[in-house]
Structures are given as C-alpha cells and as structure tokens.
Design a binder for this molecule. Sequence first.
Ligand code: HEC
Ligand code: HEC
Ligand code: HEC
Length: 98
Amino acid sequence: MICHQAVKQESPAIQRLAALAKDAAVPVAPLPYRIPDFVFFSHATHLAAKVKCESCHGEVWQVDLAKPAVPPKMMGCVNCHKASGAKMECTACHELSQ
Ligand code: HEC
Ligand code: HEC
Ligand code: HEC
C-alpha cells in the first residue's frame, strides 16, 4: 500500500485493496498466473521477441479480476511457440536434470 496510499485513491478497486490491507485475515484472490518451479520462464526473452503483455495476460488493466488470456499450462506455451516459430524442444522450458 505504499504507492496506493496516494495513487488512484478514488478507484473502487484500490479502495477494496486498502480495506484488504487493513485486515490481513481476509484472503486475497489467488494469483492467476503461476507456473511450477520445474519450468523455466523469462519475461526478458519474450519482451526481446516483442511478444506483448496482453498476449499472455490479457487486458489486465481493463478488468477487475485478472484472468490469463493464455492458460499458464504447457499447451498455452507450446501452441504459441509452434505458431511463432519459437523453440519447441523440451529442454527449452525444462532442464533435464530437474
Ligand atoms: C509469453 C507470455 C508472457 C508475456 C508476454 C508476459 N508475461 Fe508476465 N507472466 C507470464 C508467466 C508465465 C508468469 C508467471 C511466472 C512464474 O510463475 O514464475 C508471469 C508473471 C507476471 C507477473 C507476476 C504476477 C504474480 O502473480 O506475481 C507480472 C507482474 C507480470 N507477469 C507482468 C507482465 C508484464 C507487465 C508484461 C509485459 C511487459 C508481461 N508480464 C508479459 C507470462 C508472460
Ligand atoms: C504468445 C506467444 C508465446 C507464449 C504464450 C509463450 N511464449 Fe515463450 N517464446 C515466444 C517467442 C516469440 C519466443 C522467442 C523466439 C526467438 O526469439 O527465437 C519465446 C521464447 C521462449 C524461451 C527461450 C527459448 C530459447 O532458448 O531461445 C523460453 C524458455 C520460453 N519462451 C518459455 C515459455 C514458457 C514456459 C511459456 C508458458 C508459460 C511460454 N514461453 C509462452 C512466444 C511465446
Ligand atoms: C514452451 C515451453 C514448454 C515446452 C517446449 C515443453 N513444456 Fe512441458 N511444461 C511446460 C509448462 C509451463 C508446464 C507446467 C504447466 C502444466 O503442467 O501444464 C509443463 C509441464 C510438463 C510436465 C508435467 C505435467 C504435469 O501434469 O504435471 C511434463 C511431464 C512435461 N511438461 C514434459 C514435457 C516434454 C516431454 C516436453 C517435450 C516434448 C515438454 N514438456 C516441452 C512448458 C513446456
């Protein structure tokens, strides 16, 4: 809440966030985008390849509750890799030693 004590206080979403921050017992919605530790993922590679945030996260700034545009499942990754000519080898995303 360090930023949002001052920024966008009038937004209903921020007011809800402020209420949540006051009451630590209230559960926060689970993060919609989480991949397991055995998968290698780097934002930097995707930004360098000019893949837009929206391609994976959807229009997060337009919605109340974020939902991924591409499911953070292997099929979601692999479908786009196939379509965009990116690496398809298992070892691009998984290290054999893991
Ligand atoms: C190719 C797909 C893809 C693109 C493009 C992408 N992301 Fe992500 N993003 C992910 C994945 C996958 C994770 C989860 C990483 C993990 O669990 O280690 C993530 C996690 C995040 C998180 C952390 C959310 C949390 O729950 O902690 C933020 C913030 C984020 N991305 C912002 C962005 C922004 C801003 C951009 C554009 C500049 C962007 N992402 C572009 C796939 C993507
Ligand atoms: C919307 C399209 C898209 C999605 C979804 C996507 N990727 Fe990618 N990914 C790319 C593109 C494009 C590149 C860069 C290709 C290049 O530069 O040769 C890339 C590159 C990578 C690389 C680097 C490969 C290398 O060594 O050159 C890894 C690792 C990777 N992605 C993992 C993931 C994982 C894991 C996910 C799912 C959580 C994911 N990607 C989802 C488009 C996507
Ligand atoms: C572009 C990235 C990417 C590539 C390439 C990839 N995977 Fe994955 N894989 C993922 C992600 C992300 C997950 C975790 C999410 C899930 O379970 O769908 C995953 C999960 C898995 C799992 C665990 C499934 C489960 O139910 O727990 C196995 C096994 C696996 N991958 C094997 C492979 C094999 C074998 C290949 C090569 C033929 C491969 N992967 C190629 C991204 C990738």
